[in-house]
Ligand binder design. Structure first.
Ligand code: AHR
Length: 652
């Protein structure tokens, strides 16, 4: 995280409004904080996977979109065929036939509304090709990397020989950055050839992996230190129909043979349609597990429970009948074997063959996404029975429906308790008022029974921007999560990523274009909580009313934790009000030593609560750090209007 470090010594006794007295009880050990407490939720929405995190630059690389040449601008003699394909699950391929020397035959791919090409980067290009006419002829293909104004950045010629499908590889170097790059492929001499799966990746993917991820975006996740990684959705798990549901088995093995399907966010919102939005599944379940491991998060896959999207399908016939669920249940059990099974098992061996003999240590599995009422109640128990029997140590997550209150929610929670799931997934996309009103929500929850997974949430301000106000309301609610860490075991903001030109849903945690990304104020709040979650809660109270947590009085919301390993006390305080406030904090149970504790205040604020970060102005709302000093056990803290503050007290 980029922190402007302003060394400002905030002395005890600064003039201002009369300080409110608060107290932190260092010796009163509260609930343990789970390592999973603050996580991330990834769904392929807003071009988050293809055209986003997945670093592939070629769109429709296998010619499998409904319009097989979508994304390709062809010239000369180009046709699409399916006879004797290279990859049976992606049977279409292109045939380039020489037309004439002047205009030539070939095509250009413009990526996902432009290819993001970086200066001083190498690009690995590979494709499969065969000669059509004769074994002895060699056909030459020119591969060119172009800028938007048609300047050739680099060009290479590859010779294609033989009439069998073969893999060809080359690389192109870039000396300039462009957001609108293109890849051109054309025949150089006479001949006819077939070509398929045309792929181009930067060499510098995250951790330099092949078939890898965009470095800046994956790095932003790692920096957050998330405790869980929930994937692959979201509504995408359910599908608009069962045929288009997410089937993890189609997303593993050689990328060339993972069948491409339409993305449901292609057409879901009539006012923001994206006809070129498909899923190549190049970023599939193996890659999701690997990413979880790379960023240090516990993997949390969501599997389809036999229901297609309940928002779109009202008739039970559109779902899989409970008596026919076995293949869905097998998918769940096989997934656990894929993640955790030894290399002697069928699915464990597939994982090992893909490059990861060690298990992925899967502990959590969500059965269904946003499911509700009888259709879910009839199906969930069948999954629970099978999973508990075979894998009793897996923690099962059930759904409480699409919203955090009302009929579906109440019904859902009753069912989840009856079925003794381990965690219940709650989703809330709500107004600032709702967020602030619900800070105490979990104070009332039963301490027995399933724990809470706030699996998708975001504060929706009226224009649904990622402004400071939304981030502050989320921070306020998160102090309520933290105070109730005995009940709330997992949380995740949603959605995670959005391409600035290709989004369907906002707000989103991280925005990006083809070459840059921007962290929202909401990202900084999530990151500050996740990086500083501590390991147990301590009481943080208002001295005049010590029976109450600080949860809205005078527009302040607060929580406190201890990070034992680092001998650190961490206070999180949100001032959602429009005036600056001073508080005087007594550390009860602190005995001063010869060494002064090192104290920092990290502050997230801006001039106006409607400020946002953007690609052009990414640093409008970023954390800044100050040093504070304590006198005996007293700490004076300035809380500026509309600010989130984290105070770290490192005891020597
Ligand atoms: O996060 C966007 C969508 O919101 C998710 O797909 C779904 O679970 C919820 O309705």
């Amino acid at each position: 995280m980029r922190i402007a470090c302003l060394l400002m010594v905030c002395l005890f006794g600064v003039a201002g409004t009369k300080a409110q007295n608060v107290e932190v009880h260092l010796q009163t050990k509260g609930a343990a904080i789970q390592s999973t407490m603050y996580g991330v939720f990834f769904e392929d929405i807003n071009f988050a996977a293809d055209g986003g995190l997945y670093a592939e630059l070629v769109k429709n690389r296998s010619f499998e979109f409904d319009n097989p040449l979508m994304g390709w601008e062809a010239f000369g003699n180009v046709s699409i065929l399916t006879q004797k394909p290279c990859f049976p699950n992606n049977p279409h391929f292109a045939r380039l036939s020489f037309s004439n020397e002047l205009s030539g035959s070939g095509f250009e791919n413009s990526g996902f509304r432009g290819m993001g090409i970086l200066q001083n980067e190498q690009y690995n290009v590979y494709f499969y090709a065969r000669n059509v006419i004769s074994v002895s002829d060699t056909v030459k293909l020119k591969i060119e990397l172009l800028t938007s104004d048609n300047t050739v950045i680099q060009s290479k010629v590859v010779s294609i020989f033989g009439t069998d499908w073969r893999k060809y590889e080359t690389s192109l170097a870039s000396w300039q950055t462009t957001k609108q790059g293109r890849l051109r492929i054309s025949l150089v001499n006479k001949g006819v050839l077939d070509i398929d799966h045309i792929s181009m990746f930067p060499q510098n993917t995250y951790k330099k992996r092949k078939n890898g991820l965009r470095n800046d975006l994956a790095q932003a996740l790692e920096t957050m230190k998330p405790g869980i990684f929930r994937f692959p959705g979201g509504c995408i798990v359910e599908g608009s129909t069962l045929a288009t549901r997410y089937q993890w088995k189609n997303t593993i093995g050689p990328v060339e043979n993972r069948p491409t399907i339409i993305n449901r966010w292609n057409y879901t919102f009539g006012h923001r349609r994206f006809p070129d939005y498909y899923q190549s599944f190049g970023l599939g379940f193996y890659e999701y597990f690997l990413l979880s491991e790379d960023i240090g998060a516990a993997p949390l896959p969501v599997i389809n429970c036999g229901l297609s999207c309940q928002f779109e399908n009202f008739d039970d016939k559109q779902h899989c009948a409970p008596e026919n669920l076995q293949p869905y249940i097998d998918d769940a059990l096989d997934l656990i074997e894929f993640a955790n099974g030894s290399t002697a098992t069928k699915w464990g061996k597939i994982r090992a063959d893909m490059g990861h003999p060690a298990p992925f240590n899967l502990k959590f599995l969500a059965v269904g996404n946003e499911q509700w009422k009888e259709p879910y109640a009839k199906r969930l128990p069948l999954f629970i029975k099978a999973i508990r029997e075979k894998y009793p140590n897996i923690n099962i997550i059930g759904s409480s429906g699409p919203g955090p209150e009302g009929d579906k929610f109440e019904y859902g929670w009753t069912e989840m308790k009856k079925n003794a799931v381990d965690l219940v997934d709650e989703h809330f996309y709500k107004s600032p008022e709702w967020f602030l009103k619900n800070v105490n929500r979990y104070d009332q929850y039963s301490r027995q029974g399933p724990k809470v997974f706030a699996g998708e949430y975001a504060c929706h301000v009226s224009n649904r921007s990622n402004n400071l106000e939304s981030a502050l309301c989320e921070a306020a609610l998160m102090t309520g999560f933290e105070r109730n860490a005995d009940v709330v075991h997992m949380t995740a903001y949603a959605p995670l990523f959005a391409h600035v030109d290709n989004w369907q849903w906002k707000p989103d945690l991280i925005w990006f274009d083809n070459v840059q990304m921007v962290k929202t104020p909401n990202y900084y709040v999530q990151a500050l909580f996740a990086q500083n979650k501590g390991d147990y809660v301590i009481p943080f109270l208002n001295s005049t009313n010590p029976s109450q947590p600080i949860a809205g009085q005078d527009s302040l919301y607060a929580s406190a934790v201890v990070d034992s390993a680092n001998h650190t006390i961490i206070l999180k305080i949100v001032n959602v009000g429009n005036v600056n406030k001073d508080i005087q904090c007594t550390l009860i149970g602190y005995t001063s030593t010869a060494h002064m504790p090192e104290i920092t205040q990290t502050e997230l604020r801006a001039e106006h609560r409607n400020w946002v970060n953007s690609i052009d102005k990414p640093n409008e709302v970023v954390p800044r750090q100050y040093k504070l000093m304590m006198e005996k056990n007293q700490l004076k803290i300035k809380l500026k209007k509309s600010s989130f503050n984290m105070i770290k007290i490192v005891l020597q």
